[in-house]
Design a protein around this ligand. Structure first.
Ligand code: SAM
Length: 271
């Protein structure tokens, strides 16, 4: 089924996806809220207070809906950062460098883990999606050369996130010639891309605390989008994926739960 025009839905991804027709989307690029990292201050947001297993299950359910919307050769790029246990602290104090990381509610440390444990959330989600029927085709390491130092003294500063490439079926659309790595070699799985500053606060509009670099979005879409096809982001944030889709000559569907961010997307798409 085809989608006639681009669409911005303000609401919960799990419900908003009902408005997206079966088999209408060529590629999905999304970065859901990471578990226990940030409080977006909205009812029905995921990742802030739910138990880890509930978070994983909620993502599996939502991405099952996403799979329904994909064309038979469609793909999903899923960007996820990892988290440490809270050690059962019930809040996180504001971080001077990143005030949006303040949390008044934090999920409990999952059973079997200890304070300060790195959890491995991206791989828990990846394995759960694989078990639900997705083909897991690649793990890309997004290395951030300009990562800020963390205020910890007993481990290296984290400077990467994971991006998984999933497909709906065994064979799928992937433009190997669209992009090559250094010295013209085949593209490798470690991508060095600087983080970008938040979109400017203008006319009193809100900022978004977790924007994806546009270079990263452009790269994913070059590889798996088709000109004229549809790109979906069910956790659209400030709309980076949607802008990249428009620049690539694609239609786009964005779902974002927070009205202020949906307004921000509208403003950014107008420019
Ligand atoms: C990591 S941000 C996405 C950032 C985006 N990639 C960008 O570059 O701007 C995740 C977004 O998911 C939204 N969100 C949280 N729970 C949601 C839900 N249940 N349905 C839809 N959006 C949700 C948050 O408000 C937040 O804007």
């Amino acid at each position: 089924m085809t989608l006639e025009k681009s669409l911005l839905i303000c609401g919960d991804a799990a419900k908003g996806l009902d408005l997206v027709p079966d088999g209408s989307v060529q590629t999905v690029l999304t970065s859901p809220p990471y578990w226990s990292l940030r409080d977006y201050g909205t009812a029905d947001q995921i990742g802030c207070s739910d138990a880890l297993q509930d978070y994983v299950s909620a993502l599996v359910d939502t991405f099952r809906q996403v799979r329904r919307t994909l064309t038979s050769d469609g793909t999903l790029w899923l960007n996820m950062g990892d988290s440490y246990t809270s050690g059962n602290r019930r809040y996180r104090a504001p971080d001077r460098k990143n005030p949006a990381r303040e949390m008044s509610v934090r999920p409990r440390t999952p059973g079997g883990l200890k304070p300060k444990d790195l959890i491995g959330v991206p791989w828990l989600v990846a394995h759960a999606l694989q078990a639900d029927g997705w083909w897991l085709r690649s793990e890309v390491i997004w290395y951030k050369p300009n990562a800020h130092p963390e205020s910890v003294r007993d481990r290296p500063t984290k400077a990467h996130e994971t991006i998984f490439l999933f497909s709906r079926q065994q064979r799928y659309h992937y433009s190997i010639s669209a992009l090559s790595g250094p010295n013209g070699r085949r593209l490798r799985t470690v991508w060095a891309i600087n983080t970008e500053p938040q979109p400017n606060r203008q006319n009193g509009r809100v900022n978004h605390p977790a924007v994806m670099p546009s270079a990263l979005a452009d790269r994913c879409l070059l590889l798996t989008a088709r000109r004229g096809g549809v790109v979906l982001d069910p956790y659209a944030g400030s709309g980076t994926t949607l802008r990249a889709a428009r620049n690539a000559g694609c239609k786009w569907v964005g779902i974002e739960i927070k009205p202020e961010y949906a307004d921000l997307i509208e403003a950014r798409m107008r420019r």
